[in-house]
Design a binder for this molecule. Structure first.
Ligand SMILES: Cc1cc2nc3c(=O)[nH]c(=O)nc-3n(C[C@H](O)[C@H](O)[C@H](O)COP(=O)(O)OP(=O)(O)OC[C@H]3O[C@@H](n4cnc5c(N)ncnc54)[C@H](O)[C@@H]3O)c2cc1C
Length: 408
């Protein structure tokens, strides 16, 4: 292994790839060390059926018009959608009335104003503390907000919602976001199957111990998740400063899994069925279903927080029966026969991630900035958790990697 390096980048997910692209532009002598047999990290595209890609991790180019990875997709000739979706709410066994639709929209506006007011008062509390919980759609609203941070609304700060830079443009990568990241990484000096075990930053040069030997470098950019850092999978010598350790602890990963239900007909629904259905039994069963997700013949949905953790520990049939129950409620009992395959991700059990994405503990939302601060001018932590405006996303992760290299 090479040891006269300027820079070592740990991890080849979105942040590691962003860092590597910046290092290549700056003509640095660098290597990326990736524990897995593949690049992409939480970006992973598989086939649901031959020729039908589906993403187990990131899929949408959030804030599309300001998302740097949309420009990368353009350069690589990859496809993404920009179309709007038709949408309706199926609540307690019936489609909502226009008046209920308006009431729901007014409700979400009120919750948003409550968060803005709390921000003006400099509060930093859990989302649930600012949420009206006694409305027919409260439980759906809480489910939806849990998807934003991969945690339940009592577990994360509302500031993760107000600080996030959102243009409300969520463009699905039709060919798969994982494939986009893999193509973007082509040609970069990435050592796969190389697990970083120890980082000794006590001397002038940083000494990195891996399962395949030792390397040294002047700088290091670490992009592994806060799940991996918090678990102590990498030993630091000396320990990371207390402020950095506290920031890691303040930004644990939640759990969030994607689900795909394949059907064989082009559109096995009535012609006027909306492409996005918000479903709630008014209590504990809530799903946002996307039909013909990104133009492919499958229904997409996701769950987060405690429910995702619990479902991940059950056989997939448990998730399937819960989602099919909701779909039968909407489309009738015969609908189940149209679904030919059911797939789910399982990020909580991935030993190289240990969750989905970071959620700021209430009272500690400022810790994202602390996490991104350089340590001793040579050790830089990047990755989605270290982004202050696009955390929890692939493009936010990519930007932190690029920005870390710009600081060298
Ligand atoms: C289900 C799901 C859906 C999502 N949907 C979206 C979406 O639609 N749009 C969006 O923008 N974002 C989405 N996200 C979030 C997005 O995927 C992540 O924020 C982003 O991919 C994180 O990138 P990263 O580089 O920070 O971390 P990672 O992707 O986790 O990369 C870190 C890398 O480090 C490697 N590694 C770990 N330990 C070691 C070690 N000891 N030595 C060497 N390498 C190591 C890992 O294998 C991994 O490749 C989703 C995430 C999930 C889980």
């Amino acid at each position: 292994m090479t040891s006269n390096l300027d820079l070592i980048i740990v991890g080849a997910g979105a942040a590691g790839i962003g860092a590597a692209q910046a290092a290549a532009t700056s003509k640095l002598n660098y290597r990326v060390l990736e524990a897995s047999h593949r690049v992409g990290g939480r970006g992973l595209t598989e086939e649901l059926a031959p020729g039908i890609p589906w993403d187990l991790g990131c899929h949408w180019l959030h804030s599309g018009s300001i998302n740097p990875l949309a420009r990368v997709a353009d350069q690589l000739g990859m496809h993404y959608g920009k179309g709007s979706e038709s949408r309706n709410f199926f609540l307690k066994g019936a489609w909502v009335t226009p008046q209920q639709q308006k009431d729901y929209a007014d409700y979400t506006t009120r919750q948003w104003h409550a968060m803005r007011a709390a921000e003006d008062e400099q509060r930093d509390v859990a989302v649930v503390d600012l949420t009206e919980l006694d409305q027919p759609w409260s439980s759906y609203y809480c489910y939806w907000q849990s998807l934003m941070s991969s945690e339940d609304v009592d577990q994360f700060s509302f500031r993760d919602l107000t600080a996030y830079q959102d243009t409300d443009e969520n463009w699905p990568v039709t060919d798969g976001y994982g494939t986009l990241l893999t193509k973007h990484a082509a040609g970069l000096p990435i050592e796969l199957n190389t697990t970083v075990k120890k980082i000794d930053w006590s001397g002038e040069r940083i000494k990195v111990t891996t399962n395949r030997g030792e390397l040294t470098s002047k700088y290091i950019v670490i992009t592994v998740s806060t799940g991996v850092l918090g678990a102590g999978d990498i030993e630091f010598l000396p320990k990371l400063p207390l402020a950095t350790r506290e920031a890691i602890d303040a930004l644990p990963l939640g759990c969030y899994n994607n689900f795909a239900m394949l059907y064989e007909q082009d559109w096995p629904f009535d012609a006027d069925t909306p492409s996005r259905i918000d479903y709630s039994n008014g209590d504990d069963v809530n799903f946002a279903f996307k039909l013909n997700c990104s133009g492919w013949p499958y229904i997409y949905c996701a769950v987060a927080g405690r429910q995702a953790r619990w479902l991940e520990r059950q056989p997939p049939a448990e998730s399937e029966s819960m989602m099919m129950g909701a779909l039968k409620d909407i489309f009738g009992n015969d609908f189940a026969r149209k679904i030919t395959r059911f797939k789910t991700s399982a990020w909580g059990g991935d030993p190289l991630v240990k969750g989905a994405y970071s959620a700021s503990k209430p009272g500690l939302s400022q810790q994202r900035k602390v996490l991104s601060e350089p340590v001793a001018d040579k050790l830089f932590i990047a990755g989605e958790a270290a982004s202050t405006k696009a955390f929890c996303t692939a493009h936010g992760a990519w930007e932190t990697g690029r920005d870390a290299v710009k600081m060298l």
